[in-house]
Design a protein around this ligand. Sequence first.
Ligand SMILES: C[S@@+](CC[C@H](N)C(=O)[O-])C[C@H]1O[C@@H](n2cnc3c(N)ncnc32)[C@H](O)[C@@H]1O
Length: 219
Amino acid sequence: MGDKYKWIGPAYDFLSTIYGGESIHNCKRAMLTVEHVKPGDKVLIAGVGHGKDAIRAAEIGADVTVVDLSETMLTKLQEAVDKHPQDLKIRKIHSDILKVDELEQYDMVIANFFLNVFYEDLMSQILAHLVKLVKPGTGKMVIGDFSYPEGNIIKRNLQKFYWYIAALIFYFATDNAVHKIYNYPELLKKHGLKIKDRKDFSYLGLSCYASVLGEKSAG
Ligand SMILES: C[S@@+](CC[C@H](N)C(=O)[O-])C[C@H]1O[C@@H](n2cnc3c(N)ncnc32)[C@H](O)[C@@H]1O
């Protein structure tokens, strides 16, 4: 299995900070609050990267599983876990998320800055799969990512310009997809989830990121 993040992976969170300050990191942890996650809840994080979100979920006492195709990313997460003052338990799965078939097992499934790496067809397939991993009735799906451009034409174009800078860097560095910004709240609704919470994050005066939480209905 090739590791597309072998070279850029070790610097990934550092580059995020340069590109988006703390707003990206805050967006990833936005729904990991006692309001949404209880100790013992089963949380799955797809395409976890360095895992600041996984660490926050484990700090709350959730039963955390992370999945990533990149060994480099999982090693960076393990380094952070090893340095943490608490003895955090995080289950790591080195795999393609589409091969994880623990259907309807999770109280919360999180996709932070993950779906944007795929072209639209594969993104839709992966989102449908992630929704299947969520427990019906009470389970939640969280997407933290670039927010869909809104506001006047100048703001919308600045948001698009800002996104395409990252998309092009990662296209060349990791072969990620280049595409328009996805409308995640609408996609969650399309997959039958009810939007229950949304938190927006700005950088340099621009509302660039949003974390959206959808709840899966029973049956
Ligand atoms: C853009 S990074 C985001 C990392 C992290 N979620 C964050 O917010 O910092 C995308 C991550 O998804 C992982 N990834 C890409 N395709 C994947 C797949 N099919 N299954 C699991 N992980 C995948 C990559 O290895 C990478 O760690």
